[in-house]
Structure formats: C-alpha cells, structure tokens
Design a protein around this ligand. Structure first.
Ligand code: F6P
Length: 328
C-alpha cells in the first residue's frame, strides 16, 4: 500500500485491560500532537467504534493518566466487531470523524481485529502489545506483564507468611490464559516448590515426588504456582488430586484472579508503554501499516500483525530449568 497522508489518529484499548495502557494512550496522543496530528479516543474498544463512542482528545484529557492502572478509554471484548456488519458500522463512524489511522492497544484478539479491518477497509493500523499475559510474538515483553508479575509476587509473599506459620501447602492460581509466562516469573520470584503451566504437562506423580523431597529437606511451607488453563487443570483440581494421595497435608487454594490486572504500572511498564506509543505514531507516519510495535533486545521492532498473532511465543526453557533447580 502507498504511504498515505495521515491527519487524524484514533486510539483504543481492547480486550483485558493491563497496567500501562494509560501510559501508552498518553504517549500516542502526545506524539500525535508533536507531529501536528489530531487524536481521537475510541471508548470501550471496538464497541465504541461501532457505537460511535468517539471523542476528540486534547492535552488535558491525558493529564495524570500515566501513573494510573486500568484504561481511561475503557475496554471491552466486542463480539459484534467479529461480524462484517459490525466492522462496516465501525468504518462508517471512523469516516464520519475523518479518522485515517488507528493505534490499537491490546492482546491477540484486539490485534486480529486491527488486521481484519486493515484488510477490508485499508485503515492503516499499528498494534501495541497490551496484555498481562505476555503471549505475543514480536516483543520480549508486553505492556502490563511486569506490573502483573510484581503484583502476583507481593500477594504470594503474604500467603507465604501464613503458609509457613501453619506448615501448609498452598496452590496459587495465577492468570495467563493458555500462557505460563506470569506463572514462571512469579514462581521463580516467590521460591515456588513447583510451577505448572499450560505449555508443559507435569504429571501429578512428579509433583508428589517433589513435595516428598522437600518434606525430607524440612521445608516449612510449599507454594505451588498454577497457571490458569494449565494442561493439568486449575489450582482447585490439582489440589484435590494431591489431597487424595497426601491426605495428611494441610492444603489450601488461592486464586489471585483480577487483582493481577489492577494497580499502578511499574516503572518498567510506564517506560515500555511510552516508548511503544511514540514509536506507533512514528511508524504510521513512515508508512508502517498492519504491524505490531514491540521491543526485542532493547530495540523497537515492527512485526506484521499476522505473525504476531499466529506465531507462538515460546516460554523460556532456561527459566524453566532454573526454576527446577531452585525448587528442590
Ligand atoms: O488476557 C488477559 C487475561 O487477564 C487472561 O489472563 C485471563 O484469562 C483473561 O484476561 C480474563 O478475562 P476476563 O477479564 O474477560 O474474564
């Protein structure tokens, strides 16, 4: 596609919110003003595009948002945008505002929407990886992952105190639909006895063996981190299986859930989001369309959205090996 003249950029957040999304929106809007473009906020993701919930942003609208969790543009998972009729409505609304390019901040579902929209209507779009799950190819880390891991570790530290006081075994479920990144990071950072992730199956026998070894080593507490959607089942399911084999163990289950999505973004997430937000606008101005902007080895990299959503981001085998050594 030839390079277009872009004057009005629409920005939206979509899918599960992630700490750092506000910092990303702010960077997009600030960069747009720097390059003399107009910026429009599209509220509630693709739902807002369909319902024409679109407002022009000025510099006041992004004041004091950098440090806030959530997304002031709000977010949604839109079923209607998956239909050609929904996307047609969205296109007509964008045109009525004269919006000629988009920055979409979200996970793989949100980027899939941007890709489809570009294919059908030729609206240039750059995606920003915004998800706590860190499951997007084309960036070492996604916006929100670092904060979510820190939040999980702080919560697990607190559970460790009570687990040690009562000599208990805790199964703690962390988020990460189909992806074990949070579990591995939080597991290493909280000295977990074992980490169960969707990408690798750990037979219950192996887990029992690990717990017995730790009992011999007189460990006072055991924390097992379970990624939601893990192949071996959720934390409650695994706890039940273990209880049947080790009936004398005092077992508890905690699901950290949505608390992992909230809170002020970490320094790392603020910086990452700011860097990516500015790069997205510059990418659009340089004719980079239908791409996701990420950071790999500390360099800003543009990856075709198609690759970012289809290619698998692999968990780090080295981290898993290290976690194995540290948990014995
Ligand atoms: O994609 C981010 C995420 O937090 C996943 O880890 C989790 O499975 C999912 O969103 C939960 O989504 P919802 O808030 O819509 O239930």
């Amino acid at each position: 596609m030839d390079q277009l003249t872009i004057k009005k950029i629409g920005v939206l957040t979509s899918g599960g919110d992630a700490p750092g999304m506000n910092a990303a929106i702010r960077a997009v809007v600030r960069a747009a003003f720097y390059y003399n473009l107009e910026a429009f906020g599209i509220y509630r993701g693709y739902e807002g595009m369909i319902n024409n919930d679109i407002r022009k942003l000025d510099s006041r609208s992004i004041a004091h948002v950098l440090e806030r969790g959530g997304t002031f543009l709000k977010s949604a998972r839109s079923e209607e945008f998956k239909t050609p009729e929904g996307r047609k409505k969205a296109y007509e609304n964008l045109k009525s505002h004269g919006i000629d390019a988009l920055v979409v901040i979200g996970g793989d579902g949100s980027l899939t929407g941007a890709h489809l929209f570009f294919k059908e209507y030729g609206i240039p779009a750059v995606g920003l990886p915004g998800t706590i799950d860190n499951d997007l190819f084309g960036t070492d880390l996604t916006i929100g992952f670092d904060t979510a891991c820190n939040t999980a570790i702080q919560a697990i530290d607190k559970i460790r105190d009570t687990a040690t006081s009562h000599d208990r075994l805790f199964f703690i479920e962390v988020m990460g639909r189909d992806a074990g990144f949070i579990a591995i990071n939080a597991g290493i950072g909280s000295a977990a006895a074992a980490i169960l992730i969707p990408e690798k199956k750990m037979p219950v026998e192996k887990l029992i063996e690990r717990l017995k070894t730790r009992e011999k080593a007189k460990k006072e507490s055991n924390i097992v981190i379970v990624a939601e959607g893990g192949k071996s089942g959720g934390a409650a399911e695994i706890a039940e299986k273990v209880k049947k084999i080790l009936p004398t163990y005092d077992i508890k289950v905690t699901i950290l859930g949505h608390l992992q999505r909230g809170g002020a973004p970490s320094a790392f997430d603020r910086t990452l989001a700011s860097k990516l937000g500015v790069s997205a606008v510059e990418g659009l101005l340089h004719g980079k369309y239908d791409v996701m902007v990420g950071v790999i080895n500390n360099k800003v990299v543009f990856t075709p959205i198609k690759r970012a959503i289809v290619d698998d981001k692999k968990v780090d085998e080295e981290e898993l090996r290290i976690a194995g050594i540290l948990s014995t």
